[in-house]
Design a binder for this molecule. Sequence first.
Ligand code: PDD
Length: 294
Amino acid sequence: MPRVVYVNGQYVPYTQAHIHVEDRGFQFADGVYEVIGCVHGHMADETGHLDRLERSLSELQMDMPVSRETLRFLMRECLRRNGLANAGIYIQITRGQAKRDFKFPAGTSQSLVIIVSPFDFDGNLGVANGVRVKTLEDIRWKRRDVKSVALLPQVLAKQDAIDSGVDDAWMVDGDGYVTEGSASNAWIITKDGTLVTRPVSYDILRGVTRTAIEKICRENDLQLEERLFTPKEAYEANEAFTSSATALITPVIEIDGHKIGDGKPGKMAHRLYEEYRAYVDGLRGKQVHWESGL
Ligand code: PDD
């Protein structure tokens, strides 16, 4: 649990932090968010996450409530005040507080919340042991490229998975193709070692971690195909994994009761994880940009 969080211009004790009852994030999910990993004091792809934050906002006709420089400072200050070097940094921006009305309100100031929570990247059991997933219907809206706080379908998917005795859900579109995980991008590795993930479109959130993996593939001559795949193809894959800012690269060892490969975390996923950690260590202030591709 964090000690101090940032809420609309103030650092406040976690237990006293609050947002107004008429905040549009609360009433309409009228807001966006980002999650950035701070791994051993290194911000993982901060620039890419801020690029995506700005794009999500602009798709909803919102501006950044503060400058990028200020946001970068606020995140570091939150880390410092909480004494954290390993954390998940959660940034939420909403259209702000206004009398309940569907249309955009005039003259409100946006809400900005930053919560940094301790995160043990090195001790992540999912990464070490792999996770089991089930597939289920993707019931989300048609703009999944926007990192909106409207996460109810993902909440229901995750809970469905937990109630079924597995760890997570992979969602499947109306044509029977995997879209992504409840809070991650979904990948398989075919028998010939090709990484496969869904092409960028409005159907998925283009992960910042995914973008880093694309770069790692290019630099290591790893074959990457962006194409649709079905759960059945995933059952028969050599390996599978998910990618996200907090889970990094997490092997998937079972899908819908089918063991993937030998049912243990795969070698390629492990290698990618190591490459990704080295990539984050090597960033040190480098500006690696993220693009929506849309
Ligand atoms: N989720 N797809 C969805 C639906 C996600 O929610 C996420 C991340 C990703 C991966 O994006 P990235 O690699 O940039 O983290 C893909 C975050 C971690 C969350 O909601 O907590």
